[in-house]
Design a protein around this ligand. Structure first.
Ligand SMILES: *[C@@H]1O[C@H](CO)[C@@H](O)[C@H](O)[C@H]1NC(C)=O
Length: 255
């Protein structure tokens, strides 16, 4: 039972709480996203999020990111709280980060690319092809860890940050090539992570898989992590962290 409980909870919580026909979809393309990998679709994502999060809807509000497309998204914060008690962000396509670190120059907090902040009841899920591609190569090249010289950087964006997201589920998605940590869970309670694939080259600097900080009741399961740093790292002010069925490597293990 001890073993079964988190698995059972995962199953219940990561399943959509309503039938497909009750989804109220806000497709980023309806808000102007082009999805050619070149056009900056950040504003469309911001607008689709506003609709998903702030509009009153009868079913499960869903921000939909369609498959077979590549959406170039600049650093962005999706902020709650939302009107509904659950919000689904369904990712079938690929989100790609700007490939030049200069995009962040002085304007934006260099520690973030995609961030969810104060969104309770968030479901971030795909069903096969959904992917976050941080295109970290140019960050790695200027990393102080690899080559400490003038102008090197020690802070690079985390691919996806969840800050103050209670009752969070993330499932069936791929995270690749983050400039630094791939997934950061911070100040969050009840987090269910299942069936992710997180990969970056073994030599990429500081590309932790999942970092957990100041969070409680975090369950991570059925996940493949192969990166240049820790697969899963657990910081301070954390409790009840359950990690099962993880494939780790390359990387520095779980610590
Ligand atoms: C796990 O996630 C992948 C996508 O990364 C998906 O193709 C696969 O169907 C998922 N498996 C389950 C059991 O949901």
């Amino acid at each position: 039972m001890q073993q079964l409980l988190p698995a059972l909870l995962l199953l219940i919580l990561t399943r959509l709480p309503v039938a497909i026909e009750d989804l109220v979809a806000f497709d980023v393309q309806d808000y102007g996203a082009v999805g050619d990998g070149i056009t900056d679709d950040t504003q469309a994502f911001a607008d689709a999020w506003e609709a998903t999060c702030r509009k009153k809807a009868a079913g499960l509000p869903t921000m939909f990111i369609p498959g077979e497309k590549k959406f170039l998204v600049s650093p962005i914060i999706f902020t709650g709280p939302c009107m509904a008690s659950n919000v689904l962000v369904q990712v079938e396509g690929t989100l790609v980060a700007p490939d030049s670190p200069s995009t962040w120059n002085g304007i934006i907090d260099a520690s973030l690319w995609i961030q969810f902040k104060s969104v309770d009841g968030l479901r971030l899920a795909g069903s096969g092809s959904g992917r976050f591609d941080g295109r970290g190569y140019n960050w790695w090249r200027q990393s102080c860890k690899l080559d400490p010289r003038k102008g090197c950087t020690s802070l690079a964006p985390t691919e996806v940050k969840f800050v103050q997201c209670n009752d969070l589920a993330v499932s069936n998605l791929q995270f690749i090539n983050s400039p630094q940590t791939h997934i950061l869970i911070m100040d969050s309670d009840k987090v269910y992570i299942t069936n992710l694939s997180i990969t970056a080259p073994g030599k990429s600097p500081n590309t932790d898989g999942i970092h957990i900080h100041a969070s409680r009741h975090v369950y991570i399961q059925d996940t493949i992590i192969g990166t240049g740093d820790d697969c899963i790292s657990i910081g301070d002010r954390t409790s009840d962290i359950v990690v099962t069925q993880i494939t780790c490597g390359p990387g520095h293990g779980i610590r």
